[in-house]
Write a protein that binds this ligand. Structure first.
Ligand SMILES: [Zn+2]
Length: 97
């Protein structure tokens, strides 16, 4: 059951996987752009989108810790949910009462 297909489960396609594979070797030993700690072989690393997918970014272009990436995504998602909620809040537009 617990296979390592988290990226696939997130809905990211083969191209994302291939890009991640290509960028990973160059990322080992370099500081994570999110937390600054070195990214090491054996750690869970993710291909991140500099422009979040939620904001229209389509191409993952940097490697980060998977945990850092997910934390950022979760925060952004929560922010967007709240923003949406506020924007979609039912305003009393009908005045004919
Ligand atoms: Zn990190």
């Amino acid at each position: 059951m617990a296979s390592s297909t988290s990226a696939t489960a997130k809905g990211l396609g083969y191209k994302h996987q291939a890009r991640r594979k290509r960028l990973l070797p160059g990322a080992y030993g370099r500081p994570c752009p999110m937390c600054g700690a070195p990214m090491l072989q054996g750690q869970a690393l993710d291909l991140d989108h500099t422009i979040p997918r939620a904001l229209g970014g389509t191409v993952g272009d940097r490697i980060t810790h998977a945990s850092c990436n997910r934390r950022a995504g979760a925060v952004l998602g929560a922010k967007r949910r709240w923003g949406k909620k506020a924007a979609a809040a039912p305003m009393p537009t009908s005045q004919d009462w």
